[in-house]
Design a binder for this molecule. Sequence first.
Ligand code: AMP
Length: 209
Amino acid sequence: MNIVLMGPPGAGKGTQVENIREMFGKTIISTGKLLREAMRLHTPLGEQITEVMDRGELVSDDLVIELVREELKGKSDSIIFDGFPRTLKQAKVLDEIIRVDVALFLSVEDEAILRRMDGRLTCLDCGAVFHKEYNPPKTEGICSNCGGKLGVRDDDKPEVVRNRLKIYHAQTEPIIQYYQNRGIFKEVKGSESLEETTRRVFAALGVQV
Ligand code: AMP
């Protein structure tokens, strides 16, 4: 089964994708993480995208699709996509490359996202996501996953988050209709507690926890 996990920035995709992997033992393809890694390593791709990423805008379809094609080489099943597709073009190309079985949409209102993003922390090494209040790391400032240092992403700053939400509504939301038409769309409200959202995500995937 291949799963697309969608939702606005800050909906909790990064957290849920890890939960799904633990349960299903799947490969995660997170375009946001891959792009941040390219920036951190100053690869040619990283140099090209820094400004766009820092403004919270979308990296061009061609670059992202190329990245995903590379990641998918030799893989055809048990993949969870996190943050991809983000445009209709990406969704259509993905359908040409691989079979998408479920598009799981984590829905959260804009106001709740703006409140949530306020305390979001990301591991500078492995990219794991925490929240000061809702999902705190075991030790303050330290990643519970790899022991790396936690910090606030440049694009998690409030003015950038507002821009990301605007772009999300304009460019990413139309994909909902696309997957609804294909009959593989499932929506889970992501505004409850972390435990409740996780339970609903698993229920939508047919697993009772
Ligand atoms: P994320 O970690 O998924 O919130 O993504 C962080 C940033 O990476 C986004 O704001 C975009 O600048 C870029 N990005 C990630 N995935 C995509 C994508 N599928 N298409 C275009 N840009 C992307």
